[in-house]
Write a protein that binds this ligand. Structure first.
Ligand code: HEM
Ligand SMILES: [Cu+2]
Length: 605
């Protein structure tokens, strides 16, 4: 909506009730009244287990996603030990494949996607929009439990005959379902069924996030006054709603190939000297479907991280975000472009080189809105009153890491450079930096930031700083040497490292593995901090970071069921009014009317 409308809202507020022929500004239409809108749980089960309160569901999502991430982390450490000390025989070749597959899929889908959208999305969207809850609380609850089912199926696949699938997280056929690949029977079937449930569960949540943002915002909360966190999660959810169906159909077709013997993706092939019954399918078609999902997936993880980082920077540097509208449009444009770059993952799949140049061009164009975002973060920091709090440290760590991962992406986006680097450790370093480490740094920053809102207590800042430095520096010790290994041509997905009389990377591998162990162990500090703070952390004052966005303005902290007590908030400004020139307050929350802040002009977003 335009600014004009906002001024009108203000004008209405100034007219005394008697002369007003229209409802007063704080009039709450019947549909928005608490007793009509809110679901109330009636039993212990519906309060604590099958909860329909988005805040509770958010925490549930976060806990399950984090638990499965610990499995992913454990698998990565076993792989690293194998690579550094092959003589110990920690993983056999098939077991290495299984570890790599489960690690990759767990981290990308079951951990980061579920955490950002299901976890942060549920907790923050209603609060930040000024709503009482998601619009379809029951469906939202189902979404979580279907996700739990998907996770359980994934876990079960570790225990079935043949073990989990070892097809690589990309699950490429014909390898995925052909004899010789570990888990080619039960493992791959369970993985695919689990993914189908994941997509169903996600869709139920995703519709909630989108419709809540569009339909349930508080009065005065125009789209251009939403915190960038909400924008990031909103755009990511739309991407996911469009991208996951490609995985769903690809997964179902592969399932049919595996179970019923269809040949969607199976060409005529000979396996173990025998001609298989399949013919005519296209393995490349699966690659297209997978990456039509897989590339947007990167942004499904990255866009919420972008949004959250923008808000953390603004709050902890006490400055408005630089170029808010540009930031919103950059999110939208990156989201749209992410659908026409997928085949940059297939430069070596035998496509026509001219086709490759199309995808190289679109890929490099994405660098423009992305660079704009990085400039704007830096410009927000520029001459800000930077508080080096733990969230701020993680934010700075993110910007550096994202830049590093993004710049190496520019190399890989070019066909001629990608071809020799493809399937080397350069790629492993690149994608871990850009979609592993960078988003996780944001997750940590966000947890330190919003922990008081969830629990009413502060996380220990001292422990937080130790956790940050070990994780941040450690991550570089893991991945920086991998760029070098990649240049040497060390191939990825090998359970023993490339050695020749010219180059040996065994020494480096030991170094990387020890660093990975340190980073893994450093997370114990984090979990210790969380558990200790939940139990007896310092009680948080209300709005401890002095933020403007609505989630901190609820009558109670932590917010109760229904979030807003009797009356929904009314919004008068964007969430970035920090250090406003002329204002008599250092920060002005979104629900403070202009009449209460002398000297401050209404913002123009
Ligand atoms: C300390 C943290 C981590 C360590 C030590 C680690 C380690 C590894 C290792 C050793 C591999 C196998 C490389 C190869 O043989 O080619 C790998 C693959 C992979 N990792 Fe990680 N990783 C970590 C965190 C993450 C995170 C947070 C993500 C989330 C995006 C992630 C996503 C992946 C993916 C997608 C693969 C590729 C799987 C495949 O090739 O099928 N990792 N990681
Ligand atoms: Cu991509």
């Amino acid at each position: 909506m335009s600014d004009e409308h906002d001024y009108k809202l203000e004008a209405k507020a100034d007219i005394s009730a008697s002369e007003a022929s229209f409802p007063p500004i704080d009039y709450v239409p019947p549909a928005e009244r608490p007793e009509q809108e809110l679901y109330h749980s009636k039993s212990w089960w519906t309060t604590y287990v099958f909860s329909q309160d988005a805040k509770y569901i958010g925490v549930q999502y976060a806990c399950v996603a984090t638990s499965i991430a610990l499995v992913g982390l454990f698998l990565s450490l076993t792989m690293r030990l194998q690579l550094a000390f092959p003589e110990l025989g920690i993983l056999s070749a098939p077991a290495y494949y299984q570890a790599i597959t489960m690690h990759g899929m767990i981290m990308v889908v079951y951990f980061l996607t579920a955490l950002f959208l299901g976890g942060f999305g549920n907790f923050l969207i209603p609060l930040m929009c000024g709503a009482r809850d998601m619009v379809f609380p029951y469906v939202n609850m189902l979404s979580f439990w279907v996700f739990v089912l998907a996770v359980l199926l994934l876990v079960i696949s570790f225990f079935v005959p043949g073990g989990p699938t070892g097809a690589g997280w990309t699950l490429y056929p014909p390898q995925a379902i052909t004899v010789g690949t570990p888990g080619n029977l039960w493992g791959i079937v369970l993985m695919l069924v689990s993914l189908v449930f994941f997509v169903i569960g996600f869709t139920m949540g995703g519709l909630n996030y989108v419709i809540t943002v569009l339909q349930a915002r508080a009065r005065g909360m125009t789209l251009m006054r939403l915190p960038l966190t909400v924008w990031g999660i909103f755009v990511a959810t739309i991407l996911a709603l469009l991208a996951f169906p490609a995985l769903l159909v690809g997964g179902i077709m592969l399932l049919l190939d595996a179970v019923l013997g269809t040949s969607f993706f199976m060409p005529t092939s000979v396996s173990m000297g025998e001609l298989l019954a399949t013919e005519g399918g296209s393995p490349i078609l699966f690659q297209h479907l997978f990456w039509f999902f897989g590339h947007p997936e990167v942004y499904i993880v990255a866009l919420p991280a972008f949004g959250i980082v923008s808000d953390l920077i603004s709050v902890h540097a006490r400055k408005n975000i630089f170029g808010y509208r540009m930031m919103v449009w950059a999110l939208v444009i990156i989201g749209a472009l992410s659908f026409i770059v997928w085949a940059h993952h297939m430069y070596v799949a035998g496509m026509n080189p001219w086709f490759g140049y199309f995808f190289a061009t679109t890929t490099l164009i994405i660098a423009v809105p992305t660079a704009i975002k990085v400039y704007n973060w830096v410009l927000t920091l520029w001459r800000g009153n930077i508080h080096l709090t733990v969230p701020m440290l993680f934010t700075l760590g993110f910007i550096i890491t994202f830049l590093n991962g993004g710049l190496t992406g520019l190399f890989l986006g070019n066909v001629t450079i990608d071809v020799p680097l493809s399937d080397t450790y350069f790629v492993v370093a690149h994608f871990h930096m850009v979609m592993g480490i960078a988003p996780i740094l944001v997750v940590f920053g966000a947890v330190y930031h919003w922990f008081p809102l969830v629990t009413g207590r502060m996380l220990d800042q001292g422990l937080g700083k130790i956790h940050f430095w070990l994780t941040f520096v450690g991550a570089y010790m893991i991945y920086a040497p991998m760029y070098y290994q990649g240049f040497l041509g060390v191939p990825r997905r090998y359970f023993e490292m490339y050695e020749s009389s010219y180059v040996s990377t065994i020494g480096l591998n030991v170094f990387i593995t020890l660093s990975a162990l340190v980073v893994g162990l450093a997370q114990i500090i984090f979990f210790y901090n969380v558990i200790r703070s939940v139990l007896k952390g310092k009680k948080a004052e209300k709005n401890p970071w002095k933020a403007n966005s609505l989630e901190w303005q609820t009558p109670k902290m932590p917010p109760e069921h229904g979030n807003w007590g009797e009356k929904l908030p009314t919004v008068y400004r964007w969430p970035y009014d920090f250090s406003v020139p002329g204002a008599d307050k250092e920060y002005i929350p979104q629900n403070v009317p202009p009449s209460e802040v002398a000297g401050a002009k209404v913002e123009k977003t």
